[in-house]
Design a protein around this ligand. Sequence first.
Ligand code: TRP
Length: 334
Amino acid sequence: MSDKKTILSLMQPSGDATLGNYLGALKNWQKLEDEFNCIYAIADLHTLTVRQDPAQLRKNSMQVLALFLAMGLNKGDNIVFAQSHVSAHAELGWVLDCFTYTGELSRMTQFKDKSARHADNINAGLFTYPCLMAADILLYQADMVPVGEDQRQHLEITRDIAERFNNIYGDVFKVPEAYIGKAGARVMGLQEPTRKMSKSESANANNVILLSDDLNQIANKIKRAVTDSDSVVKASPDKPGITNLLSIYCAVTGKTLEEAEGEFVGVGYGAFKAAVAEAVVEELRPVKEEYERILKDKAYINSVIKDGAERAGRIAYRTLGKVYKKVGLIPPVR
Ligand code: TRP
């Protein structure tokens, strides 16, 4: 790897790939290739904290990987792989479990939320989820992690764990920083615009735009999106529906909020939604074509993630070896 800084992020394949994944994260990851060594993976181990249908999980994993490749996230020196293919993640995760306090973990808002929503399955993995995430990051000595608002706290605890470990054993881990993307849209549900657009958390198909939806369906879902009571196209906290559509529009067109609002002065909601639909459809048309093509080419996806796991493994096992030595595990007898 070159002497560029390392940036790393993982995405859970916990549902079909959505417009939220695309605009909220992947479109930003795509821009980082020149400036950073980029490491991207699917966080498939993390999905097991919530009960998954095995066939569906495999399908979702291939879909998210196909989307990564359709967007060119594996270009140049970038590394793309599956978390579960590099066992160092689970192994370092265990060590970090032993350097993280239960009190810290019980303060994580995501743990509290998910425990409330999955009250019948509050498993130990859900609780130690941030330790596995810390392992994902620290194994690669990542400088930067692009994370959405909902993962900020997990990055904070990663930093705490790294500093704690370094204080005891010397400089083993790089302490990572949050990378704040330029136009990282937080895409909310089209029917429930106060909650993140998420397939796994939503029963209403019109709430979520899937990359596998056809272009007509996508346009119709946007045209059916809930709006707010007046008819002014302006972002504001009491207009979550319009705010969400505006931020989708800006993320797709690269326009600022002011520009977008200016464009729709005096325009009714119907025409506004039609404009958003058109912009999203034109944005997704080429990505979807590439995505559908790659999704059929399992051999290609497999070859990319095989190579990715090998290259990731070389970095990860070096860090894991150092950690094992520092904590006093005897070297394996060969
Ligand atoms: N927890 C993240 C999410 O749900 C996914 C994730 C796992 C991740 N490991 C990571 C993100 C490491 C950034 C870095 O969105």
